[in-house]
Design a protein around this ligand. Structure first.
Ligand code: HXC
Ligand code: NAP
Length: 280
């Protein structure tokens, strides 16, 4: 899909890059010539991901154990990353989520999600932005949100609140920083199976298949499809896209919204019967 040197020379930091979609984006970035930095809380997961990614792609991966809820820890990590070389891209990918009836959420449960998704993404973005602006370094931020950042969703309310906040941050800073060489965009994925998401968000085994039935394409997303979009959006070729959010959900949220979308269930015979009768 791309020239193999699309991201050559770029140094890219992905939060939560040791697992799931973060791993898949990192793998594609390496294939396209980038140098990768990944962070997460579990250093053993990062070490395993580094070994696997380097073996798969021949690229270079730097890892940092860092809890993005801790602003001081992020600052320390960014100092260490900048000491090697300033990154050119930040991908806000790390997240926390679970399903629950909202009236049963404790304050700590609300904070657990907001602290990772909203505060963590803000600390990382502001920490990188401050450094980039001071150096006049051109850069880009890509945040992985969800389609329910604008529709909202029952049973994942803290996540919906946090992702909506990350979207607001993206659009606000796209204007505040765009003129100084920093553009910010977001991707809103529909369902892309990962162990991290599925073990927390699939309530019963018989519901796992449901995710693939809620869009007109009748399937879930492939990681490569998301990784290619994420590559385009951080590449120089997308340099005029700023403050945008690109949905990649097979049409899922629109299918839930359109008044007459339920007519997908009609058969050919139903449609034939609805045609006006020819006047004789
Ligand atoms: C109700 C819960 C809960 C649950 C935790 N809590 N899980 N409450 N239902 N299922 C409550 C706990 O009881 C506790 O409150 C508080 O939350 C903090 O719990 P901890 O286990 O101490 O939290 P912590 O160790 O900080 O872990 C954070 C986490 C965990 C979010 C709870 O799941 C995590 O580490 N997640 C990271 C990865 C992840 O979530 N990936 C999925 C991303 S998918 P009390 O009051 O009891 O002390 C995604 C979008 C998917 O974001 C969209 C799909 C289409
Ligand atoms: P995942 O594999 O569980 O990824 C979450 C990552 O975030 C993990 O690597 C985790 O590593 C890291 N993380 C969590 N808390 C952290 C913290 N406090 N500090 C640093 N890192 C932290 O889930 P995923 O499905 O790939 O999700 C990736 C992104 O896509 C998320 O933003 C999610 O909201 C979004 N998304 C996913 C889907 C989907 O269908 N999968 C759909 C829409 C949006 P540690 O636990 O080691 O810290």
């Amino acid at each position: 899909m791309f020239q193999t040197d699309l991201l050559k020379g770029k140094r890219i930091l992905i939060t939560g890059g040791g697992t799931g979609l973060g791993y898949s984006m990192g793998q594609r970035y390496l294939e396209l010539g980038a140098e990768l930095v990944i962070c997460g809380r579990r250093t053993e997961v990062l070490a395993e991901a580094k070994a696997k990614l380097e073996a798969e792609t021949g690229g270079k991966v730097e890892t940092h154990g860092c809890d993005i809820r801790d602003a001081a820890a992020i600052e320390q990590m960014l100092d260490a990353i900048w000491a090697v070389r300033a990154p050119d891209v930040l991908v806000n990918n790390a997240a926390g989520n679970f399903i629950a009836r909202s009236e049963e959420l404790s304050p700590r449960a609300v904070d657990a999600v907001l602290n990772i998704v909203l505060h963590g993404s803000a600390y990382a973005t502001l920490g990188c932005g401050r450094r980039w602006l001071a150096q006049g370094h051109k850069a880009t931020v890509l945040s992985i949100i969800t389609t329910y950042a604008w529709t909202g969703s029952a049973y994942v309310v803290p996540s919906a609140m946090a992702k909506a906040g990350v979207l607001a941050m993206t659009r606000s800073l796209a204007v505040e920083w765009g003129g100084r060489g920093i553009r910010l965009n977001a991707i809103a994925p529909g369902p892309f199976p990962t162990p991290g998401a599925w073990e927390r968000l699939v309530p019963r085994a018989d519901m796992a298949e449901t995710f693939g039935t809620k869009n007109p394409l009748g399937r879930v997303g492939n990681h490569r499809e998301l990784a290619d979009l994420a590559s385009f959006l951080v590449s120089d070729g997308s340099g005029y896209i700023n403050g945008e959010v690109v949905t990649i959900d097979g049409g899922e949220w629109l299918m839930g919204a359109g008044q007459f979308n339920f007519l997908n269930a009609l058969t050919d015979e139903d449609w034939q019967a609805l045609k006006p009768k020819k006047k004789s």
